[in-house]
Design a protein around this ligand. Sequence first.
Ligand code: DX5
Ligand code: ZN
Length: 220
Amino acid sequence: MQQTTRIAPSILSADFATLGAEIAAVTAAGADLIHVDVMDGHFVPNITIGPMVVKALRKHSALPFDVHLMISPVDPYLAAFAEAGADVISLHPEAGPHLHRSLQEIRRLGKKAGVVLNPATPASLVAPVIGDVDLILVMSVNPGFGGQAFIDSQLVKIAALRAMIDSSGRRIDLEVDGGINPATARLAVAAGADMLVAGTAVFKDGPAGYAANIAALRGG
Ligand code: DX5
Ligand code: ZN
C-alpha cells in the first residue's frame, strides 16, 4: 500500500455527545483530515449537523476539515461552511443546477473544491470540470448512513478517475468514502485512491483503538 494514503475519519461514527474530544482523539491518533458529513434529510435520508457545529469543532483540531455536503440546495450554504472553518468543501453534482458555478464559488471563498460521485454517477461527469476541482470523492456506498457495505463496482470508476487525473497533470486528490475497512482500503488504493474516509472502521472500539485502526487502514 502506498505510504501516501491519507486517512480522514468520518465523525458520523463518533460519539456525538462528545464530538470535540472525539476529534482531538483521532487527531492525536494520526488522522490526516477530519471528514464532516453534512446531511439535510432531503438530499439524503438522514440529518446531521450544520455550520454552527463545524465552527464549534474547529478549535478541537488543527487538521484540515474535509466537509462533505449532502444537501440540496447547496449554493446558499457554501459561505457559511467556509466561514465556519471548512478547508475542503465537496458537493454532489445532483445537488444543484450549475456545478461549475458552485465549484467556482468554493474557490472564490478561498477553499479547496471537491466533487462527489454517487455510485450511479459516471466518472465522465468530472471531465468538463477537471480544471476546477482539487478533490474527487467517489462514494462506495449510497450516501446517508455509516456502516454500509463497500460497493465493489466503484473500483473500476476509481481506476478511470486515477487515469483522468494523471493525464490532466493537475494535483487532484482522489478520495473514497463508504465501507472502508483494511481489506477494502487495500482495493481502493490499488485502484488509485490516495485518500480514504472511514467512520465505523476508525471509531468502532472507542478512543483506545483509534491509532491502531487508522494504522490498519494504511496497511500498517
Ligand atoms: C455516508 C458518509 C460516509 C460515512 C462512512 O453518507 O458520506 O462518510 O460516514 O461511514 P463508514 O466508514 O462507516 O462506511
Ligand atoms: Zn462522507
